[in-house]
Write a protein that binds this ligand. Sequence first.
Ligand code: ZN
Length: 182
Amino acid sequence: MRSLTYDGYADAHPEGAALVKAIVDISAIEIEYKCFQVIKKAMSKIFILNSLLLLSQIPNPEAKFLDLKNKLEKKGFQVIIALPPKRGAYGLLREADKKIWINPVVFELHIGTQTLIHETVHAAQVCAGKGKIKTLGLDIQPSNYARPFFRHYTDVKRQDLEKEAYAVQTQPNSFELGTSKE
Ligand SMILES: [Zn+2]
């Protein structure tokens, strides 16, 4: 079977990607990767933190990145800081072997944590589909300015997967927790 890949920011212009920077604090998020519950829990914490924090007040984003990376690795995902096999991608998840690439350039662009959050959503999607990626069915919408990042995917399923990832990533301050989908 062909191994599908889901990139974080493939084809995204760096300046545009900078626009979708969300104010997030990962350190308090307990990612347990129980699919739906996990992301909802994470989002509720991001929501609370976003209400309280300004970007300039968030200390040590590297620690948050590493914290999330550790949690992903505990769940069997391998996080590699290296150029993804797909050219132009900022992040990439290969579901076949649960490998996540994070392009080193994202740290220069100060979107490292955000890129990892995006890939974390895909990781949860893999978890939700029990190895076969599927949407979580989250009841949230991405910000309008994030639309160009997923609208260009012509494959409908792929577009839905990306839409969900961008929704979590870019709109932590306006979502409501969806009703339970389990
Ligand atoms: Zn993606």
